[in-house]
Ligand binder design. Structure first.
Ligand SMILES: Cc1ncc(C[n+]2csc(CCOP(=O)(O)OP(=O)(O)O)c2C)c(N)n1
Ligand SMILES: [Mg+2]
Length: 606
């Protein structure tokens, strides 16, 4: 109890460090500068409890912390100096914010008594010490304390905000004098300050939802990131079996059900699965669990492609009331933690179903047939022997070399869609991707964080060459930490996903190939890059060599890189297109424009 705890004299950064230790935070990751000298100095005194990790770019510090959170469900501290180091993290914070993951970022700030004077790296022309306002759209809340004795309060507020309700990143912009000065303080007791417990839905809404589900003939469960964040995978699967309902997943929801389960009907949206879209679009009742119905997962709301709500009736579980009814009209809103809501729904449904009964229905047989048809369609690219190989084949071979519970990490580009579409995810928190913000450069640093969170698991970072080239300097971090991530670079000499979109929507391509002046393709020597950073690194061109190369890389027990030459042929380079995506097209391309306008006319949000 705080009243009985003696006050201690601590500096601002000591308060921060002691608070983090109290919360069990094992790593502080970042790049020091004069704006955070006090912090790195204070961390030096507590290396027994919290370790400082170096990265080579502040963006990576946040992606690393984000990757750690996505796997462990616990936050790290990312830190930077004042100014450019701080602004370097914006993409990382945006990625975390959009996907509702928790990161605590500390940035250095101008001394309170010099604010506005133009301290080195201060932004001050519109407002003193103005750096944090750059972050306003990408943090749940931010603080810029003026006094050391504010810090205990600020820290428990920040911790609560970051982790309660819908999680998200928070920013602590800490003036250099507040870092350095000391005060008599009492550190907050987590037990007395945290919003623990799971928010439950209203009982009468649960009853209404249960009635709808009981009467449903074609129920479908849509699992989003909220299902994984709330550790509700068990409930999702139990409810699916109880109802005989297929489970389809969004990018963030992949892993909410073991994808080898008969009721796992795979992913929804564009570059997803045919079976997932067909089942979701023909559901009579859709139960969504922590998903926000993005355009990408809902095929830009074109009726009948991924969803048709109505006539489908929607039961929507979300911890954030802001998401309720946003994109589709909702029949029963359940504003609640996903795990609590599903448990309540299961209780309200009462006994019945269960066991293998769900296998007896015509609906079940239809689900299996649709899944089989989709698997057959995927074989075309996944079993292809062509060289340079398809990404689909490369992914299949990479997965053959890994354990069932291996963690796979992707950032934007064709690999992100291919992995979403074809990697068989067996457990929650093993498919990690920069989903909603879809950031390039996420893969490698997030994979390092993932591995730190799960040192017993294999971690495979599957990056396009473009994605890799944005943060490949973190091979240095992996090498110094000796973190055994296996980086797989899918080299197609370009930003091929964007090139494919250009071809589809504009009928010609621009600025997406990596070319030399003579017009031939350009690729750096990725294996040499890996070796240059001190990693075990190999180059692979033949599909048959991928699995052995990845197995060798994983067996080294250290960080490694496998570069794979993949197809540049737009016809087979990427995932199958399974949905619809609304892209505005100018009158200069009448054919593509007319096709888009026809599709847009069927969008349900209009
Ligand atoms: C930081 C960032 N910049 C730009 C984009 C837009 N974008 C999405 S995918 C992509 C290309 C990805 O290229 P690569 O990683 O090589 O994968 P590929 O599609 O070629 O397989 C780009 C430029 C993005 N998502 N993130
Ligand atoms: Mg590429």
């Amino acid at each position: 109890m705080s009243g009985t705890v003696a006050a201690r004299r601590l500096s601002g950064v000591q308060i921060l460090v002691e608070y983090l230790i109290r919360q069990g935070v094992p790593y502080a990751v970042g790049i020091p500068g004069h704006g955070s000298w006090s912090l790195t100095d204070a961390l030096l005194d507590r290396t027994d409890a919290i370790r400082t990790l170096q990265v080579m770019h502040e963006q990576s510090a946040v992606h690393l912390a984000d990757g750690y959170y996505r796997v462990a469900g616990r936050p790290l501290l990312a830190f930077t100096s004042i100014g450019p180091g701080a602004t370097n993290t914006v993409i990382g914070m945006a990625t975390a914010y959009v996907d509702s993951t928790a990161v605590l970022l500390m940035t250095g700030s101008a001394h309170t008594y010099m604010r506005g004077h133009g301290v080195l790296q201060e932004l001050e022309r519109r407002h003193v010490a103005d750096n944090p306002r750059i972050f306003e759209p990408v943090v749940k809340e931010w603080w810029q304390p003026s006094r050391v004795d504010e810090l205990p309060f600020v820290l428990h507020r920040a911790w609560n905000q970051m982790l309660s309700g819908r999680p998200g990143p928070v920013l602590l912009d800490l003036p250099m004098d507040v870092q350095a000065e000391s005060a008599e303080v009492v550190l907050p007791e987590p037990d007395e300050r945290e919003a623990r417990g799971r928010a439950r839905p209203a009982a009468d809404d649960v009853e209404r939802a249960a009635r709808l589900l009981r009467a449903a003939r074609r129920p479908v469960i849509v699992a989003g990131g909220g299902a994984i964040g709330a550790a509700a995978s068990g409930e999702v699967t139990t409810l699916a079996e109880r109802l005989g309902a297929p489970v389809v997943t969004t990018w963030m929801g992949k892993g909410a059900i073991d994808e080898t389960h008969e009721l796992a009907a795979q992913t929804i949206g564009d570059t997803a699965s045919t079976c997932g879209n067909e089942l979701a679009a023909s559901a009579d009742v859709v139960l969504s669990v922590g998903c926000r119905f993005t355009d990408w997962s809902a095929s830009s709301y074109r009726k009948g492609v991924t969803f048709a709500i109505p006539p489908s009736r929607l039961i929507q579980i979300d911890i954030d009331p802001r998401e309720i009814g946003k994109n589709y009209p909702v029949e029963v809103p359940l504003v609640a933690d996903a795990k609590a809501a599903l448990a309540d729904l299961l209780a309200a449904l009462g006994p019945g179903g269960g066991g293998d009964e769900y296998r007896e229905t015509a609906y079940y047989r239809e689900i299996q047939e649709r899944k089989a048809a989709w698997r057959e369609q995927m074989e075309v690219k996944s079993a292809s022997d062509r060289v340079p190989m398809t990404q689909a084949r490369a992914i299949r071979e990479v997965q053959r070399a890994t354990d069932p519970e291996a963690i796979v990490v992707t950032g934007a580009g064709l690999p992100q869609g291919i992995v979403k579409q074809r990697w068989v995810t067996r457990a929650p928190r093993t498919h990690i991707t920069s989903g909603g913000f879809s950031s390039m450069g996420f893969t490698l640093p997030a994979a390092i964080g993932a591995r730190l969170a799960a040192p017993e698991r294999q971690v495979v970072a599957i990056a396009g060459d473009g994605d890799f080239l944005q943060t490949m300097q973190e091979l240095a971090a992996a090498a110094m930490l000796d973190t055994p991530v296996c980086v797989v670079v899918l080299d197609n000499s370009g930003w091929m996903s964007i090139k494919g979109g250009q071809q589809t929507f504009f009928g010609r391509t621009a600025a997406t190939d990596f070319l030399k002046r003579d017009g031939s393709s350009y690729s750096p020597d990725y294996a040499a890059i890996g070796q240059g950073f001190g990693l075990h690194a190999e180059q692979v061109n033949d599909p048959a060599d991928v699995c052995p190369a990845v197995a060798r890389a994983l067996a080294t027990g250290g960080p490694s890189l496998v570069a794979i030459k993949v197809s540049r042929d737009l016809a087979d380079a990427g995932p199958d297109k399974t949905g619809w995506w609304d892209v505005p097209i100018s009158e200069q391309h009448p054919e593509q424009r007319d096709a888009q306008l026809a599709g847009r006319a069927e969008e349900q949000h209009l």
